[in-house]
Design a protein around this ligand. Structure first.
Ligand code: C2E
Ligand code: MG
Ligand code: MG
Length: 582
């Protein structure tokens, strides 16, 4: 009797839902939790049949049971599955079963919690070593498949042990949380526009003060160096713990895959070795596993640093190269070409630094300066009374992503009272290939403003003719490489003549770039090309020289013309030389 009471008390107050069922599944009794789980009162539950239970073997792991329609009232939500476990009882009245019920939602939560514990670091919530290895092997497989390299980085805090030992574990933990936050924010803010992956970075904590970053679809070694440098910079802000201000730094090791042809453990080992290289280099720095990559990254980073300084110190200058009409020799316009006056190194050609400016986003301030300086120069020449020429400016695709470019151009033209028709924007073919919203909107903006559009280096990429038509491109510039071997190379003659025919049929002005000899100019004129630009006419020159140059050029032309008429040619300009032989 006492036993029965005790059983009942246990039964009723169990935190688990419990049913006692007969062999045929009829519910003989139930507790409060069970009736709550089924969402019916006890009286309804008792006597209802829960079929098929006793055929299941006892102890056979949890399975799902739906409260049958007999239990569900009409207006109730659809029956909710319940997880259960069964204990078999042999009683004098035949076999009975105790059914243990549990809310499946709670069960899923527990499972999730367990899975989380197995895969994530309990302090920081970052993926732990197990999940890191898993993600790494997936990333490596993707890099193999796609051919887009990935970078693996190990980041180890410098002198973390010292903080931990002197200030205590609590401060140590706080510091690790701080580092996690800083790194997460830093990785999130790195430009991911060009990455065809959803989550390009995986930050994990392997334990202690060791963090790893998997960077997928990283463009280049330089990009990897960039990410590393940004993390190092982000960590330099001091961390305040109570009264203490802790200054931290970290050492980073980087390896690239599939450049480093190794398996998962090999890649981890290489990255670890690179990290130790950083430590031995005096900490607070990053290193690559490979020597070549280290040399390339170092050179590149020092170039970047110098370029940053160049912007602050305004070390850029513009040179201008004239373009002339092939039929009359008149100067029609100039192209603004940027140069870098690098201290101690003279003038640096844009081919050496435009790429870096583009990659780092520095092209935005420099490009804006180019537009302003070119327009100011044009206005200055106008004030000097020089014959009005057109100004061509080169724009990178990267600049097109920023809508302020349109208003910058518009404002600059207005401030300098320049007719928009006198500004020509030179675009690369790759920009026209990329048919995206930003490019389209920007091109439309320029069209609306009345600025002229040119395609630079035509023939080296793949232009879409429909784009050329749609945006009413005004000018095609035949790339220098097709001009070089004119008129002897038949293939180049064929290409030049095709481009010229295309341009004329679409009513565009065709300009040949890089014309160095009379023979090239003559061949181009015979093919119907409109203008030339190149050393034959003039090299690019500083703005201050242009006034003298164009005045001299016009005088020489006039003199040639007089001499030509008097049949006493003493040619001084390229143009008269052409006329003479023709
Ligand atoms: P580009 O726009 O095709 O400019 C023509 C390049 O050919 C210039 O090189 C010019 O100096 C060179 N050139 C002109 N005539 C001759 C010739 O007869 N023979 C030879 N061999 N070369 C000739 P530069 O000034 O070194 O500029 C190189 C490229 O850098 C430019 O090619 C342009 O794509 C880019 N660039 C220059 N300035 C800027 C700028 O302000 N912004 C941007 N985004 N790119 C620029
Ligand atoms: Mg150009
Ligand atoms: Mg060009």
């Amino acid at each position: 009797m006492a036993n029965d009471h005790r059983f009942e008390a246990l039964f009723e107050h169990s935190s688990e839902g419990l049913l006692v069922c007969a062999a045929d599944g009829t519910v003989l009794s139930c507790n409060a939790v069970a009736s709550a789980l089924f969402g019916v009162d006890k009286a309804t539950l008792v006597g209802a049949a829960v079929t098929g239970i006793l055929q299941q073997e006892a102890g056979q792991g949890p399975f799902m049971l739906c409260n049958g329609s007999a239990l569900a009232k009409q207006d109730q939500a659809p029956p909710r599955p319940v997880a259960l476990r069964i204990t078999l009882l042999r009683t004098a009245g035949g076999p009975q079963a105790i059914v243990h019920l549990r809310d499946p939602a709670e069960r899923a939560q527990t499972q999730e919690r367990l899975a989380h514990l197995a895969n994530f670091d309990s302090l920081t919530g970052l993926p732990n070593r197990a999940l890191f290895r898993d993600r790494l092997s997936q990333s490596m497989a993707r890099a193999q498949r796609s051919g887009l390299p990935m970078a693996l980085m190990f980041l180890d805090l410098d002198r973390f042990k010292l903080v931990n030992d002197s200030l205590g574990h609590e401060v140590g933990d706080q510091l690790l949380l701080h580092v996690t936050k800083v790194l997460t924010q830093c990785l999130r803010s790195v430009d991911t526009l060009l990455r065809p992956v959803e989550e390009p970075y995986t930050l994990s904590r392997l334990g202690g003060d060791e963090f790893t970053v998997i960077c997928e679809a990283i463009g280049s070694v330089e990009d990897a160096a960039h990410v590393a440098q940004r993390m190092l910079d982000a960590l330099t802000a001091p961390f305040i713990a109570g009264e203490e201000e802790i200054v931290i730094s970290a050492s980073i090791g980087i390896s690239m895959y599939p450049d480093d042809k190794v398996d998962l453990d090999g890649l981890i080992r290489h990255t670890d070795m690179a990290m130790y290289r950083s430590k031995s280099l005096g900490r607070g720095t990053y290193s690559f596993f490979s020597d070549d990559l280290n040399a390339a990254a170092t050179a590149r980073m020092s170039l970047e640093t110098s370029l940053r300084r160049a912007i602050e110190r305004q070390e850029f200058v513009l040179h201008f190269q004239p373009k002339a009409d092939l039929r009359c020799g008149k100067v029609m316009g100039v192209e603004a070409l940027v140069r870098w006056q690098r201290p101690g190194q003279g003038l640096v050609s844009p081919d050496r630094f435009i790429g870096v400016l583009e990659d780092t986003g520095m092209i935005l301030p420099v490009g804006a300066w180019v537009i302003r300086a070119a327009c100011e120069q044009l206005a200055a020449w106008d004030r000097m009374g020089l014959p009005p020429v057109r100004m061509a400016v080169n724009l990178s695709a990267r600049q097109f992503r920023h809508m302020y470019l349109a208003s910058l151009v518009e404002d600059t033209l207005r401030e300098n009272t320049i007719d928009p028709q006198r500004l020509e924007i030179e675009l690369t073919e790759s920009l026209l290939m990329e048919d995206n919203e930003a490019n389209r909107a920007m091109l439309e903006n320029f069209r609306r403003m009345g600025v002229r559009l040119a395609i630079d280096d035509f023939g080296t990429g793949h232009s879409s003719l429909s784009y050329i038509k749609r945006f009413n491109i005004d000018t095609l510039k035949i790339d220098r490489s097709f001009v070089q071997s004119l008129p002897d190379n038949e293939e180049d003659v064929a290409i030049a003549s095709a481009v010229i025919a295309l341009g004329r049929s679409m009513k565009m002005c065709v300009v040949a770039e890089g014309v160095e000899t009379s023979a090239q100019a003559r061949a181009l004129r015979n093919l119907g090309c409109d203008q030339i630009q190149g050393y034959l006419l003039s090299r690019p020159m500083p703005g201050a020289e242009f006034a003298g140059w164009i005045t001299g050029y016009m005088r020489a032309r006039a003199k040639d013309r007089v001499g030509f008429r008097a049949a006493k040619p003493s040619p001084t300009t390229w143009f008269t030389q052409l006329e003479q032989v023709a």
